[in-house]
Design a protein around this ligand. Structure first.
Ligand code: NAD
Length: 377
């Protein structure tokens, strides 16, 4: 039987992305996949039904898509809605929302999490977290520039010279590095900081200044080159030394995160108070608890004259390109799961398949999620 793939219109509030764009039908065709797309699924991202139809998609209602397809591709995985035998692939945030995994297991459906695709070089083209982080980093700077009552670039005019904005990026992973590059392109004077030593060179290669902070010899790197959560003393040292530098910035963008942990608080209320009125903080860690003590996820807070933005789901605000790169990550992942005979083949000896598989054959199979659900392992 051929592979039958379904794409539903996203139902999460304010989600404007779509999991599959017309451009990736070439990959789906090579897999001999038949594709069912819910009407209007791509409309908000800028992909009209006609473009899917031109690529040979069956346009249908959501029920028809669910009934006909055996593999559903999502941006955000919805509840399973009684889909035994189905496979769903998408973002499902299983470490924060393990209940969804349990529901898929109970429904007898298979669930893959795009967040859990391992970040190994073989899986780079499936790394949806990085694709989305890049877009978020870019958009954070655009939001900051639109909110700041000053200009970003230096301008020499007949009415005088305007100095460039000073922008600090804390946390220079994928989102932070893209933020640095974007702020530089807009003409700001940019500085960056990260606890991982390797990042200094990356920050400098983008034309930004690395802020040197002495963390008292704390171990900053954990498993796989990722950041390790700092202890209270190291965080105190970081905040103390960052405080004066931060008060001289017009914009601070924070992206600091530690896998599986609440985001560290890098900015206290006193540090906000020390900034000049009109300054802007964009906290990209808002959904993970926030890097600023005053951040409220999904809201804008004005405190001590400083505007603190805590945007949630920034990639959904750039839905055309976010969908385009996400769809490419997703179909590359699907291709990885399909064997030479064109069938879905869940080979749990493969690292990419095993790590991203959450629910299978009526069980939650991922050990980390089992632990969160209190399932015996
Ligand atoms: P992330 O979103 O988990 O964290 C963002 C950044 O916050 C990280 O750079 C981290 O070091 C930093 N951070 C943590 N605590 C901090 C603190 N107290 N102060 C300042 N910064 C702090 O990370 P990410 O962007 O998803 O990825 C981080 C790194 O992982 C990348 O830069 C890269 O080296 C690696 N990576 C590898 C691959 C691959 O090999 N395929 C893919 C993606 C990312």
């Amino acid at each position: 039987m051929a592979l039958i793939v379904g794409v539903l219109k996203e139902t999460f509030p304010e989600e404007r992305r779509v999991a599959v764009t017309p451009k990736v039908f070439d990959v789906l065709k090579k897999l001999n996949a038949e594709v069912w797309v819910e009407r209007d699924a791509g409309a908000e991202a800028g992909f009209p039904d006609a473009d899917y139809a031109a690529k040979g998609a069956h346009l249908a209602s959501a029920d028809e898509v669910r009934r006909n397809a055996s593999i559903l591709l999502h941006v955000r995985v919805p509840l399973p809605e009684g889909l035994p035998g189905h496979t769903s692939i998408g973002f499902c945030d299983p470490l924060s929302n393990p209940d969804l995994a349990a529901k898929y297991a109970a429904a007898g459906a298979t669930l893959f999490s795009m967040e859990l695709v391992p970040r190994i070089s073989r899986a780079q083209s499936m790394d949806a977290l990085s694709s989305m982080a890049s877009i978020a980093g870019y958009k954070a700077v655009i939001l900051a520039a639109a909110t700041l009552p000053r200009l970003f670039p230096m301008m020499t005019t007949a009415a005088g010279t305007i100095p460039p904005a000073r922008v600090l990026i804390m946390g220079a992973g994928v989102a932070g590095l893209q933020a640095i590059a974007t702020a530089r392109r807009l003409g700001a004077v940019v500085s960056g900081f990260d606890v991982r030593a390797a990042v200094k060179e990356q920050i400098e290669s983008l034309g930004a200044k690395f802020v040197n902070i002495n963390l008292g010899g704390a171990k900053t790197e954990g498993e796989g080159g990722y950041a390790k959560a700092l202890d209270d003393e190291a965080l105190r040292l970081q905040r103390q030394q960052m405080s004066t530098f931060m008060s001289e910035q017009d914009v601070v963008i924070t992206t600091a995160a530690v896998p599986g942990k609440r985001a560290p608080i890098l900015i206290t209320e006193e540090m906000v108070q020390a900034m000049a009125p009109g300054s802007v903080i964009v906290d990209l860690a808002a959904e993970r608890g926030g890097n600023c003590a005053l951040t409220r996820s999904g809201e804008t807070v004005i405190a001590h004259g400083v505007t603190i933005l805590g945007p949630s789901n920034l990639p959904a605000t750039v839905p055309y390109h976010a969908s385009q790169v996400y769809a490419r990550n997703l179909v590359t992942f699907l291709k990885h799961l399909v064997n030479k005979e064109g069938q879905l083949n869940i080979d749990t000896t493969d690292e990419i398949t095993r790590d991203s598989l959450v629910s299978y054959k009526g069980e939650v199979v991922n050990p980390k999620i089992q632990a969160l659900l209190g399932v015996n392992v």
